[in-house]
Design a protein. Sequence first.
Length: 318
Amino acid sequence: MFKAIRALMLLLLGLAAVIAAVTIAARAFGWQAGPLFYMVAGTPYMGVAMAITFVAALALRAKLLALVAVILAVIVGFWWLPVFMPSPDRSTQGLHVMTTNLLYGRASANAVVAAVLDNEVDVLSVQELTAPAEQRLRRAGIDDLLPFNYVRATANKDSAAGTGIWSRYPLSNRERSSGGVFTNLAATVSVPGAPITFFAVHPIPPSPTDGLRSQESWGVTSDFLASRTGPAIAAGDFNATVDNAPLRELESDGWTDSATAARAGFVRTWPVLGYPIGPLVAIDHVLTQDLPTATDIELVDIPRSDHRAVVATLPLEG
């Protein structure tokens, strides 16, 4: 009986190691086809699974499996441990940028406005903004807190395509991306000291069966982010984690994820509403380019949204 149980455990542990190896290789080499996109999004969990596998393999005296597991765990640790290191600066003073996804406009407008007030938000990016949701935000007082805006809400109450920017500071050079399914917006924010380009973005999500379905949308988004030079902030639902190829490509282009820069640990923003477990991964981000990086990250639960809102503090005059 013991031999049978040991054999079964080794089989399960070996299968876990194979899944982890495929995921880690896909992350390392940028393979994103099919379900690999979703597997790569779970890279941190693979590190934890391999740490457990290492201990279990040692207990079962499976030295080769233990060696494989510890190598895989070390690789994930190399990628992820830096975000858990103490931050030299956890200041909450500066420019506060918030991004929130309204889930087809259904999320609580009062909660969004309350989050803006409580976190002293200076610039807000809103995704899945419908015309009824825009009206609710205005009735809740968003314009009193952030009087300048660039909004492209959708009339269809079941559409995810609408996007909006609200700002404490004047906006100019308004522009929207051409092509793609969802709306990406850009505007120059007249922040004291120097103007900054602010992008509100929302590429379409990958398909569970074809992780490359969003490549056209990602191409539109990345081209849009590259359309302006100088200091910039991009905030929105990127539908990708920092392990996925699209975010890693933006990183190679000089963009920095605020949660990573602030050493906020394993930040998770999705899914929240209507799921048995969660949130599991971070697909909502505030990115910066040619700016001092974030010193603090706050997550805010917004009722009736399936995303947590993200508030990033940038060490700029705000």
